[in-house]
Design a protein. Sequence first.
Length: 185
Amino acid sequence: MNNSEIVTKSLTPEDKAILLKLKGKAWLSLLRVYPLLFLALGYIYFKLHVGGTIRGYKVGHDLTPAQYNLVYAIFAAFFGCIFLFFMIRDFRRLILPFHMDVRMDKKRCYTFSAKKYQDPFTDKCLLFYPGKEDIYIEICKEDFESISSGDVLYLEIAYVTGEVLFLKSPSRVFKDPAEFSYSER
């Protein structure tokens, strides 16, 4: 990393607001998927009850209601455990780091030399994230045009998640810089 000394500072109220906003987005993405999966288990139970049909085919016509309930309980327990495992994993990966950032109340601050990249296909204006491969800092076109490659920029990132909290050049403060990666798409 071609930067100056890394300094650790406390989070400002604005930094905490940014982290809470990102945490809210993470909750939204988590809550978009998993409740639907658990509701689907209930839907399957009522749709496939003994004598139910799927696309005109009769389901479970040789099963008694007690047998169907047993088969469904095994099915629901198996898939429910899988859904729960992935939900806990995603919670720990997506949401818990933001909680830890706010609780730790720390951020890393340093300067680095800007390396610009404008994606010709998506027209995204990106800066190479210092010290990380395949990670960029996305900025607006106006901010992108105001700097040139090699300019020294000041960067503040969250301690645990590494989310960009603040970015500025000697002449301007950048509007809403964000971490970006093509691999997460």
